[in-house]
Design a protein. Sequence first.
Length: 494
Amino acid sequence: MFESAEIGHRIDKDTFRKMMPALREALLDVQYDLKEKADFPVLILIHGFDGAGRGETMNLINEWLDPRLIHTVAFADANDEARARPWMWRYWRELPAKGRIGMFFGSYYSDTLFDRVFNRSDRDAFDRQIFDILRFERMLTLDGAVVLKFWFHLSRDKQKQRLKTLEQDPATSWRVSKTDWEHYERYDKIRKYGEHMLRLTNTSHAPWIVIDGEDANYRNLTVANTILEAIRSRIGQPASSPDRVEAPPLLAPIDNKLVLDTLQLERKLDKDDYRKKLEQLQGRLNTLTRDPRFARHSLVLVFEGNDAAGKGGSIRRITQALDARRYRVVPVAAPSEEEKAKPWLWRFWRHVPGKGGTTVFDRSWYGRVLVERVEGFAPEADWMRAYYEINDFEHQLTENGAIVLKFWLAISKDEQLARFKAREETGFKRFKITDEDWRNRDKWELYRQAVSDMVDRTSTSKVPWTLVEANNKYFARIKILSTICDALEARLGE
């Protein structure tokens, strides 16, 4: 993949000086057009060999653009906070908003490549990380992002010459580090594994642009023109209709029997038994989350259910048993303007707990295949592909040691009506009932179908759904606490 980047591309100074003013102006114009349109972000990834001019070129591009509209991040080795979470977490956090340019010096590609080069991963782990990247970039581009990936290249001899030249000049010697020479000693491995990585991730939606790094004028003009044309081309595209659905079809059973229909909602538990079991289970949960083995894991609890099914009451009985310093409850409502400007899973990635921590989601990412589907807030293509993206997200959590438990609290339509009326008639509960709750009730059958599809598509062996019969709130709370304790004991005992 690198042969054409080793044939000595050059642009003379006069040509560069003639082209530069118009190019700078065009770049600035297209950046402002991007800001005004603000319906997609641009992500630029910078990689390649040390000494190939990555920093020089991208610093120049930053000078030519309005820095207020660029989010530039230089990634070093992962810190303790990042190591306590899935490896892609720190990159999710820094994604640019719509209408903005994000520039990553180093990225998930650096982790993948240098783990392999320095034997911190084997071939299988290397390819698994590459597959993680492919899914991630596909999701970004389906969400509208323009992803540009630059590999700044030098031959082995040219890299050695470049590093020596920089080192011998007092004005530039600081730019050559011990790490640069360590990487030079591993040039062949970097090239071998880098080519493998680029070949597998060079896709139509997120292509690699390999740049000859020897001549500054050539690489500067090439990078600037590539960025300009990519953004200009995208801005020039007419507003598109929703993408065609690229997911297996949802087939309704011909007898109209759905998974929710199998629940026996009238499960009983009297108050005295409830109190005894509650105290026992809360003590058990507290002990499990204080177990030294839990420090190698995290706990993610997801609560979904019919309106008035008792999610809040169940969550309170859980948090009463937890150390307040080690858990967080995240109530999920309609996305804010900041959240709408990022990929839809961003607002959930930012709340992923570190090891030893617990996050409770009161509603969650499943809103995309529930309320956004039923209410038409997301196009069909978006919520249909969300099933795959949700499974991928949860897979990454569990691969990092998270124990992910998902609860759907189900009540009958008659029980919901009784609870709605009770809330309206009780002064301190009136805040719990809204006009939206009544509107959702009118769409009961649509939600019944959406919930059943959700369970069918996202209940996996590692992250199954627990369906909770919740007409009796005491029974529901005990079932949830028992499920959590059993799952923790099983995982900590592995």
